[in-house]
Design a protein around this ligand. Structure first.
Ligand code: FES
Ligand code: FES
Length: 161
C-alpha cells in the first residue's frame, strides 16, 4: 500500500493509505487522531473539518493522498503548547458553545479559520461562515457568542438561547 506523509499538528507523520482512503479516515485510523469526527461522510455536516495548508477543509471530501506533503492541523493541535485551552476553545467552554460536543471539533476549526481571515466578524458573518457546520444540539446562539467572544467582541447583544 502506498505511504502518505504529511506534517500533522507540527509533527512529520506518515502512514499507509490506499488511493481511495479519505483524509478523515487516515487521521482517525492510522494516525489515531479521533478528535476529527465523521457525522455524515457526504460533506454536509462539517464535523470533519481540519486545516490543510492553513485552509479549512472537510476531511471527508479529500483523499489522504491529496494531502501528501501538506501541513495539516486537527483539533488535537489547537490547544496551547502548555496544554491549556486556546482562546477559541476556552470561549466555547465559557459560553456553553457545546452540548454533546460532536460538532465541536469542526466548529472550532471553522472558527479558527474565520478569525484568521476576519478577526472581528459580525454575527451575520459568523452565521454565514458556519453554513457548512451542522449542530444538532445548541441552536447555534452560544456557538456564535463563543466566536464573537474569542474575537474580543461584546456578546451581550446576541440573543439568549
Ligand atoms: Fe465530513 Fe460530515 S463527515 S462533512
Ligand atoms: Fe451536539 Fe453540536 S453540540 S451536535
Amino acid at each position: 500500500m502506498p505511504t502518505v506523509s504529511m506534517t500533522v499538528n507540527g509533527k512529520p507523520t506518515s502512514g499507509e493509505a490506499e488511493g481511495r482512503t479519505l483524509l478523515v479516515d487516515f487521521l482517525r485510523g492510522p494516525l489515531g487522531l479521533t478528535g476529527t469526527h465523521v457525522g455524515c461522510d457526504t460533506s454536509q455536516c462539517g464535523a470533519c473539518i481540519v486545516h490543510v495548508n492553513g485552509e479549512a477543509v472537510k476531511a471527508c471530501t479529500m483523499f489522504a493522498a491529496e494531502a501528501d506533503g501538506a501541513e495539516v492541523q486537527t483539533i488535537e493541535g489547537m490547544a496551547n503548547a502548555d496544554g491549556s485551552l486556546s482562546v477559541i476553545q476556552q470561549a466555547f467552554q465559557d459560553h456553553h458553545g457545546l452540548q454533546c460536543g460532536f460538532c465541536t471539533p469542526g466548529m472550532v476549526m471553522s472558527a479558527a479559520a474565520l478569525l484568521k481571515d476576519n478577526p472581528k466578524p459580525t454575527e451575520t458573518e459568523i452565521r454565514d461562515y458556519l453554513e457548512g457546520n451542522i449542530c444538532r444540539c445548541t441552536g447555534y446562539h452560544n456557538i456564535v457568542k463563543a466566536i464573537m467572544a474569542a474575537s474580543g467582541q461584546d456578546v451581550s447583544a446576541i440573543a439568549a438561547e
